[in-house]
Design a protein around this ligand. Structure first.
Ligand code: GCU
Ligand code: CA
Length: 792
């Protein structure tokens, strides 16, 4: 769905032709040049030089271009509008160009998964002639340090005062003309004025109006007449120091405001004296603040119920200041409304093949989806009509007859050595009499053919796989396989349910069969008939942990099924929970009645269980969610948790749900509180992921429905309570405390009732309110999850 902009071969040809004809560097002919000043893994810094090669002076200039994948994250020495295509116009001091003079401006680009692009530049001064000049690339070490210092901007300083390698363009300008190149050098002091709806103006709690004349730009920001309402800007300074902020404003009564920089009040109760009329504008309120090098969120926030004065613009002056792109676009992104086609697959195990996500579940139930929201049934039922096998009853007769059953339990399909291997299993059900085997196919949808059994269990009074007599309190039930590759490409299978617990075996990475001599493998968790099953392991290259998900409790609506996680640095454990408990010690107490849950409940990080957000009937809540699988989408590093769940007031009826999950600051998964739906910008389908997922600090304050999943294994459905997150960082309502937010990582820390929870804020689809909503998901140090959905 990416928009493709032809990276013009025509342009290159023109440049080469020109070079051939007159024997000079093509850049020398360019009136607008695009130079990649530095290039590193995920981004580049570019410098555009605009040269007035006409015979008349120019007072203002502007040019535009469009990237295929790249997106601008900050710009200096030019004003930016648009979001691909972009338009750059001069700022106050570099707009006038005498014939032969040039001006340069720079910006930082997020490559957004692509490579550093050199787009075609259009504009009256570009005159159709375009060139790209690649300068010597500075080392990435130099770049990262330059981001926070003035050396980036120094590329637009006169050659003599710069230590950065000079581009050919600045010398070209002077070689074309003997006129002094004054306007290509930055003055010692910069000053920018940000009008509403220009780069750097981010939001107003109110409206942009134009009913009171005398404003400059498109209008003025009229904040709602209430304490706390305000206007937000985002700016960048390249040199730390004292900067002056000045507002042009009008108000018929005196108004007062706090200046909030990056969430902290740095100047309180700034007076905005009355002007004589709403149409009389004053430019007299100044504040001087110290700003470190970098980008800053500025907010002017009303301290009285009258709100702010009408704000026409903000002028900033100091050593080196420029407007920055807001965390979220000035106008909120309008997202395409997602659609959902639900499916029932019990115990869904996800595998991506043929551009579809497939879920393989119990009873040979298979479904697929291209987008994780709209499902199509592929097959269902252990019968001859099921096209996954030519004749499943014949093909898997050995397993079915061993387990004395006509159905199959939760399988897993893995792509191993060019074939799809289905790890199938059959279980008697009332006892762990089970068989597990491998069937293979060249097509994900089959037909699969049996390769033979790999494990059996439940051989009462007989020798089991490990050479000792089968003991169901210690030996596993040979069901619920999940196969994964470790970070050294070794293949493993985790499996087990109730009975002796969860076990892991190493597999032959070519055939998928267990390496010889392992018996049942290594015990990882449970035993004594602990109600633990549905294990699944995923490795995260970002955190370098293996995460083992399992379901605790009984799968039916009254069983309190819930999803827990533990983690390890090794594929085969030991897996520990957030408290550091080795999960291989977590098991039922044989002196308590069978299926004792009290011994299990405190352990493992409980990610989600029974809950219901208020006012949503059965829609925003689950009963007995569990038996999950997980998937990492490598292209975007997104993680998805796929599970089946029952619902409040809907009995045993179940459906598949997929939720995105993130990692908190401690490297633990936190699961988004609402089901996943892809975010697509209705007006710009190629908008960057960063922009689609961004949440601004200013969006967080509000009322949230809060669910605490607790640590219990019970049929109780947790209901939500309301809390209010205030813009200053306080929390009140059902629980009081405080919150912080880092817009770059979307990490949040919430302290609620004295307990600290670390998590991630994300925007998720609320199917009751039919919109994407700010949400949080966070974990305490003992492994309890809280979920919040903004509800105002
Ligand atoms: C009037 C005026 C608005 C102003 C408002 C206020 O309605 O037209 O522009 O914002 O008063 O009191 O704040
Ligand atoms: Ca107002």
């Amino acid at each position: 769905m990416k928009k493709r902009v032809p990276l013009s071969t025509e342009v290159l040809a023109t440049g080469l032709l020109a070079a051939g004809l007159i024997g000079v560097n093509p850049a020398a002919m360019a009136a607008c040049s695009y130079k990649i000043a530095s290039d590193w893994g995920s981004g580049h810094i570019a410098e555009i030089t605009v040269t007035n090669n006409t015979s008349a002076a120019v007072n203002n200039w502007s040019l535009n271009w469009q990237f295929a994948n790249n997106r601008i994250s900050s710009i200096w020495n030019a004003a930016l509008s648009g979001s691909n295509p972009y338009t750059a116009t001069n700022v106050g001091w570099n707009g006038s160009l005498q014939p032969g003079q040039s001006a340069s401006f720079g910006f930082q680009v997020d490559k957004n998964g692509g490579s550093a692009e050199q787009p075609t530049l259009n504009g009256s001064l570009c005159g159709g002639a375009v060139s790209s000049a690649q300068s010597s690339v500075i080392s990435s070490r130099a770049i990262s340090s330059s981001l926070a210092s003035s050396s980036v901007r120094s590329s637009s300083l006169p050659a003599t005062s710069s230590s950065v390698p000079r581009s050919s363009t600045s010398s070209i300008a002077s070689s074309r003309s003997s006129a002094p190149v004054s306007s290509s050098s930055a003055p010692a002091n910069t000053s920018i004025t940000i009008e509403e709806n220009q780069t750097g103006f981010c939001a107003v709690n109110g409206t942009v109006d134009s009913n009171n004349a005398g404003f400059s730009g498109a209008g003025f920001a009229n904040s709602t007449n209430a304490a706390g309402s305000g206007v937000d800007w985002k700016i960048r300074v390249d040199t730390a120091g004292q900067y002056t902020l000045r507002w042009r404003y009008a108000a018929i009564s005196a108004r007062a405001a706090d200046l909030v920089v990056n969430g902290n009040i740095v100047s309180s109760n700034i007076a905005f004296p009355a002007t004589s009329a709403w149409t009389t504008w004053a430019n007299s309120v100044n504040v001087s603040v110290y700003l470190a090098a970098g980008t800053h969120n500025l907010r002017l926030q009303a301290t009285s119920s009258e709100g702010l004065a009408n704000i026409d613009n903000l002028t900033l002056s100091g050593a080196s200041v420029s407007a920055a792109l807001c965390d979220t676009p000035n106008t909120p992104i309008s997202f395409v409304t997602p659609s959902f086609t639900n499916i029932a697959v019990h115990d869904p195990s996800v595998i991506f093949a043929n551009n579809q996500y497939y879920a393989f579940g119990s009873h040979l139930s298979v479904a697929k989806t291209p987008d994780l929201t709209n499902w199509t049934r592929v097959a269902d039922g252990v019968n001859q009509q099921n096209k996954i096998f030519n004749n499943v009853n014949n093909e898997l007769s050995e397993a079915l007859s061993w387990a004395q059953t006509t159905t199959l339990w939760a399988p897993d399909v893995a792509y191993v050595n060019g074939r799809y291997l289905m790890f199938y299993n059959a279980c008697k059900g009332d006892s762990p009499v089970s068989a597990m085997g491998i069937a293979s196919a060249s097509n994900i949808e089959g037909p699969y053919s049996d390769q033979g059994l790999i494990l059996r269990s439940g051989m009462w009074g007989q020798i089991s796989e490990d050479g000792t007599v089968y003991n169901a309190q210690v030996h596993p039930n040979a069901v619920d396989p999940a196969v994964f590759k470790d970070n050294a490409n070794r293949l493993w299978m985790i499996y087990g349910s109730y009975s002796g617990g969860i076990f892991i075996m190493q597999l032959n990475a070519t055939t998928g069969f267990p390496l010889a001599g392992q018996g049942y493998g290594k015990h990882l968790m449970g035993g004594n008939h602990s109600v633990i099953e549905g294990a699944y392991v995923i490795y995260s290259p970002e955190t370098n942990y293996y995460y083992m998900f399992v379901s605790f409790g009984g799968l039916d609506a009254a069983g309190g099924y819930n999803i827990r996680v533990s983690r390890s640095r090794n594929p085969d454990g030991p897996y520990v929970d957030a408290k550091g408990t080795n999960m291989n010690t977590v098991k039922s107490n044989p002196s308590l009645p069978l299926f004792d849950t009290a011994s299990l409940a405190p352990h493992g990080v409980k990610l989600l269980g029974n809950h219901l957000f208020s006012g949503s009937n059965d829609q925003l809540g689950y009963v007995s969610p569990g038996h999950n699988s997980a998937y990492r989408k490598a292209a975007t590093s997104q993680y998805f948790l796929m599970f089946h769940t029952r619902f409040p007031n809907r009995g045993e009826q179940h459906e598949v749900r997929t939720h995105e999950f993130f990692f908190n600051a401690d490297g633990w998964p936190v699961v988004a509180p609402l089901r996943y739906a892809e975010k697509i910008d209705a007006n710009d389908p190629s908008r960057s992921r960063a922009a689609l997922e961004a949440v601004a600090a200013t969006e967080i304050a509000g009322t949230y429905q809060l669910v605490n999943h607790g640590k219990d294994i019970s049929a109780t459905i947790k209901s939500s309570s309301n809390i209010q997150l205030a813009s200053g960082g306080g929390i009140s309502g059902a629980l009081s405390g405080s919150w912080t937010f880092d817009a770059n990582s979307r990490a949040t820390t919430l302290v609620l009732g004295g307990v600290t929870y670390r998590g991630v804020i994300s925007r998720q689809w609320n199917q009751v309110r039919n919109r994407f909503e700010v949400t949080f998901s966070a974990l305490s140090a003992d492994g309890t999850a809280i979920w919040g959905i903004k509800s105002n």
